[in-house]
Write a protein that binds this ligand. Structure first.
Ligand SMILES: Nc1nc2c(ncn2[C@@H]2O[C@H](COP(=O)(O)OP(=O)(O)O)[C@@H](O)[C@H]2O)c(=O)[nH]1
Ligand SMILES: [Mg+2]
Length: 246
């Protein structure tokens, strides 16, 4: 595990990012600690802005959590160890092969890879070859045919479905000739898989609903008071409520 200590008072420096790069090279679990948070005046204490800058500069460690702390006052320092344990658990995670194959199979079915040199990319089966960090291999007919954006898609699917949000993960593609279909899984795997999918779908719906509500609130629609003129009577009928949509 790499705990990357940043002097938040100084700001995120190139050297901080270089050191974060070492953690990425080593495939470490990583945690950013933005120290001296007590020194930041209210103007600069904009966590969101600070995090955005951190995420922008260290895109390669986007999975690494970050905590603002103060070593001097002890503020939020108690959270560090819990976060380390949580990252480490994911870092050591091992997934059952059946479940892994269901996740990949489902992801490939939902969004098919593009053609490569006129050939369709075929996924045969996948396996986790090691942990620390979790490392997966997919056997395909043509490893060169996996576009980096498709690899990113699969990595994100694994992150969401297993789930592995805080650890680096590695995904490789190897050539497999001959026909060997997905190994599938037991009934129990299938049950867990379907439950996870249901859960994710629900979350996704909630998120969409939330952002829709936010948008509506932002545009002030809900509080609109406006007036309809009826052409027949010429009388104004006040009406208040959301804009009629659809
Ligand atoms: N205000 C404040 N000062 C701190 C904090 N942590 C360390 N310091 C002070 O920072 C000084 C050490 O400098 P520092 O930047 O941490 O170390 P260096 O960059 O490795 O030399 C000491 O005077 C510490 O008391 C903190 O969270 N808040
Ligand atoms: Mg310093």
């Amino acid at each position: 595990m790499a705990l990357i200590l940043i002097d938040a008072d100084e700001g995120i420096t190139d050297q901080d990012i270089t050191i974060a790069g070492y953690a990425e090279d080593r495939g470490c679990g990583a945690l950013f600690l933005l120290n001296k948070w007590d020194l930041l005046d209210e103007d600069r204490k904009d966590v969101k802005h600070y995090m955005e800058e951190l995420r922008f500069k260290s895109k390669f460690l986007s999975f690494a959590p970050a905590i603002t702390i103060s070593a001097l006052t002890g503020q939020r320092c108690h959270k560090i160890l819990d976060e380390v344990v949580s990252i480490h658990e994911e870092y050591c995670h091992r997934i059952n092969t059946g479940l892994l194959n269901r996740i990949i199979e489902d992801a490939v079915r939902r969004t098919e890879p593009s053609m490569h040199k006129g050939r369709r990319l075929k996924f045969f089966y996948s396996t986790q070859v090691s942990a620390k960090p979790p490392t997966f291999v997919c056997f395909v007919n043509s490893p060169d045919g996996v576009h980096f954006s498709y690899k990113r898609y699969l990595v994100n699917q694994l992150r969401d479905m297993i789930p592995l949000k805080k650890t680096p993960i590695k995904l490789y593609f190897r050539e497999k000739t001959g026909k060997m279909e997905f190994s599938g899984g037991s009934k129990e795997d299938e049950r867990i898989f379907q439950k996870k999918k249901q859960h994710l779908r629900k979350k996704d719906k909630e998120r969409k609903e939330h952002s829709r509500k936010k948008k509506r609130a932002g545009s002030g629609d809900e509080l609109g008071l406006w007036i309809f003129l009826t052409p027949l009577t010429g009388r104004a009928i006040p009406f208040s409520g959301p804009w009629p949509t659809g």
